[in-house]
Design a protein around this ligand. Structure first.
Ligand SMILES: Cc1ncc(COP(=O)(O)O)c(C=O)c1O
Length: 369
């Protein structure tokens, strides 16, 4: 018999129940209209997001990965270019760079798991075209320093903000200081669709227009394509759901912050390294990541106690076969990211957790340690 789950890592069924009464009429409206693509709700959602982020324009696409690929391509990043990013992200960050034909240059991360801005300049070469910080876990990287370096060297900045809805650095949100920020609406994200979805946020209308053309068969108008494009539109149904979810986003992030405080107060064992939040960062707690010795053993113990956890991410992208088979000669020295990949553990932090569930996680960890 399997162990009964006492603390699920995420509870999408309960999330649906929380919005069901408000979402069903919107879903029905879309279904009855027959406009399953390009219903006005898609544009309405984009406008709301642009306002919320404080950017001039937001363009939805079919995934966060497409958002990154299209953003890089629309900015002209291509074969022969280098893009600086981190190795401790989801594979899609680097896949996007490689898909546009550019090559990835990895920079190590700091104790906060974010790009170490002190290491960026030494990674810049005459071929560097862009910097792609990843706002991992819901913590924004230091966009002021990154922007300054980019300006000094004439580089583009493409933010991987897939995990960073609701995050801030000082008063800046993703998209405010860069050329473009790319978001994901994957079901496990804080602002999540019932399927795939993504978005680019930018102050550059020309860039947004290019992405609009890429995502729709290269069409500049019906039956006219001046370039070959792709199909990557956000479904109207997903936009209907996301529009309702957006109403709740701020309160969800507040609850996640309250949950984090409970962990902060109760995870007292000195063997646990709690999340490090750099000065100026507002953490949206997409993930609550601790560092711990014997991580795999502890994950197993928690699993046996009915606590689901995850690891974001156990293998660096520079160690993935997708990367090593393409660049067998490359040997990256990334000690900090490497060490963290063996120690990190993401505890449940979602908005449907009760205080007793959070305390249970702390107790189980305390018992072992
Ligand atoms: C950091 C990061 N970048 C990119 C992506 C890709 O987003 P998607 O799954 O929507 O393609 C994700 C999420 O899955 C992510 O966490």
């Amino acid at each position: 018999m399997g162990v009964s789950i006492k603390v699920p890592y995420v509870d999408l069924g309960r999330q649906w129940l929380a919005i069901k009464d408000r979402a069903i009429p919107k879903i029905s409206e879309v279904l009855e209209s027959g406009m399953y693509l390009e219903h006005p709700i898609v544009n309405a959602f984009e406008e709301r997001i642009a306002n919320k982020l404080g950017v001039k324009t937001a363009t939805s696409v079919n995934s966060g990965t497409d958002a990154l690929i299209f953003a890089l391509a629309a900015l002209g990043v291509t074969r022969g270019d280098e893009v600086i990013t981190v190795p401790n992200s989801f594979i899609a960050s680097v896949a996007a760079i490689e898909h546009v034909g550019a090559t990835t240059v990895f920079v190590d991360v700091g104790p906060d798991h974010l790009i170490d801005t002190d290491l960026i300049e030494q990674a810049i070469t005459p071929r560097t075209k862009a910097i792609m910080p990843v706002h991992l876990e819901g913590k924004m990287a230091d966009m002021v320093s990154i922007n300054k370096i980019a300006k000094n060297y004439g580089l583009l900045v493409v933010e991987d903000a897939a995990q960073a809805f609701g995050s801030k650095f000082l008063d800046y949100q993703p998209g405010n200081l860069s050329d473009v920020a790319c978001f994901s609406f994957h079901p496990l994200k804080s602002l999540n669709a019932a399927g795939d979805g993504g978005l680019i946020a930018t102050n550059n209308y020309e860039l947004a227009e290019k992405v609009n053309i890429f995502k729709n068969h290269g069409q500049v108008s019906r039956n006219t394509s001046n370039t070959f494009g792709f199909v990557s539109r956000l479904d109207s149904l997903q936009a209907a759901i996301l529009n309702v979810k957006l109403d709740d986003l701020d309160s969800i992030i507040t609850v996640r912050n309250i949950n984090a405080k409970t962990y902060e107060a109760n995870l007292s064992n000195h063997n646990i390294r709690k999340p490090i939040i750099p000065a100026g960062v507002f953490h949206s707690y997409h993930l609550y990541v601790i560092e711990i010795e014997n991580r795999d053993r502890i994950q197993e113990i928690l699993k046996n106690a009915g606590v689901e956890t995850k690891i974001h991410y156990p293998k660096l992208i520079s160690d993935q076969r997708a990367y090593t088979s393409k660049y067998p000669e490359k040997k990256w020295i990334l000690p900090s990211a490497k060490k963290q990949s063996q120690r990190i553990l993401s505890l449940p932090i979602h908005e449907n957790l009760s205080t007793s569930q959070l305390n249970y996680v702390c107790d189980q960890l305390g018992k072992y340690l």
